[in-house]
Design a protein around this ligand. Structure first.
Ligand SMILES: [Zn+2]
Length: 358
């Protein structure tokens, strides 16, 4: 198990979010990584290494160029216009189907963001780039033959769409890593070589999202693709964020039809109920025969998490890890949510040890 961490995550520390109409201290705080790092240290897991640096290329494989440019410039343009330096925060979102060309910093804040939990501070872009590099380093290690890697991505990514931030997410780390893995054979495919290094078909990747919130961004990015199978277990969006996607009838579109699977869960789902749904997801993934597995590893399914209503225990995470190991695939664990900060690191270690000891 290789572990990668990005120090620049600390540059991203927004002061607040607006949650259910209440000004709330930002849940997705740098203290989350401190909890993970200290638990990894206590458990004598491998010492986290710094990421390698990748350019914008892999990001532009998933995200729109105008969105990437926006994230890079948003805070400076916001401040220059006289708005408060604390953070870029939308106050108006485009009505459905309407996207006028206003270049006002406030208009852009509403165009490129879909909720009130992804403010942009002076350090957000650098932190988000570091988070992507962390995920890509893990993906590269798999390509070089590693069995597994855990990447401590912060900010997280699975809510970020091709051109919108939201849900604490800016760049979709797991999607960018999955895209890289799915294209891994391309470089060696010459014109006179009809197959990739994998033989009869191009490499395919499964993304398993176990965060309590539906990974709407990852689903949207791969919705019309058949080379990345996206499977998500999450609280039923009928009651749980992000509300507008994650329903069971969303199965993909076009060539991606059949390559998206949502398993919405009831409130209070415990270890046994969760593992039953997980096994259903793992069976579907096994039938797809991917070459790589990317796990969007959220820990907000935890019984005491303030942002979720499932009831997975610390011991449950070890069993989740063991069941995932049963796929026997090169596996990249990408850190997503988890807001019971005291217990977060312990739950991460439980999942990783369950995987390694299986
Ligand atoms: Zn979450």
């Amino acid at each position: 198990m290789e572990i990668i961490a990005n120090a620049e995550h600390q540059l991203h520390d927004p002061p607040f979010e607006i949650l259910d109409g209440v000004l709330t201290p930002y849940y997705e705080s740098p203290r989350r990584v401190q909890s993970i790092l200290s638990a990894i240290d206590r458990a004598s897991l491998p010492v986290p290494r710094a990421p390698r640096r990748f350019g914008l290329g892999p990001i532009l494989g998933v995200h729109a160029e105008d969105y990437v440019t926006y994230l890079q410039q948003a805070h400076a343009r916001w401040v220059i216009s006289g708005r408060p330096a604390e953070s870029v925060f939308p106050s108006a979102m485009a009505p459905q189907g309407i996207a006028g060309p206003s270049s006002s910093p406030s208009a852009l804040a509403g165009r490129y963001c879909f909720d009130l939990s992804a403010p942009i501070t002076s350090g957000t872009y650098a932190a988000a780039r570091g988070s992507v590099d962390t995920a890509l380093t893990g993906a590269s290690l798999l390509l070089e033959g590693a069995r597994a890697a855990y990447v401590i991505c912060r900010p997280p990514g699975h809510h970020a769409t091709r051109n919108q931030a939201g849900g604490y997410c800016y760049f979709n780390n797991a999607a960018i890593a999955a895209h890289m893995l799915a294209h891994a054979g391309e470089a060696s495919t010459a014109a006179d070589e009809p197959t990739t290094t994998w033989g009869m078909r191009p490499p395919v990747v499964a993304v398993l999202d176990i965060d309590v919130h539906h990974g709407n961004g990852t689903q949207a990015i791969f919705y019309e693709r058949s080379d990345v199978f996206v499977v998500s277990l999450h609280g039923d969006p009928d009651r749980e964020y992000p509300y507008f996607s994650g329903f069971a009838d969303e199965r993909g579109a076009g060539t991606g039809t059949g390559y998206n699977l949502n398993l919405p869960l009831a409130a209070g789902t415990d270890d046994a109920g969760y593992l039953a749904a997980l096994d259903q997801a793992l069976s579907a993934i096994a039938a797809y025969s991917p070459h790589y597995l990317v796990v969007s590893a959220g820990f907000d399914t935890y019984i005491d998490d303030p942002l979720g209503d499932l009831a997975v225990t610390t011991g449950g995470f070890a069993r989740i890890g063991a069941h995932i190991a049963g796929l026997k695939l090169p596996t990249l664990f990408v850190q997503e949510g988890g807001y019971a900060i005291e217990q977060l690191g312990i739950n991460v270690v439980s999942l990783l040890q369950g995987f390694m000891n299986a």
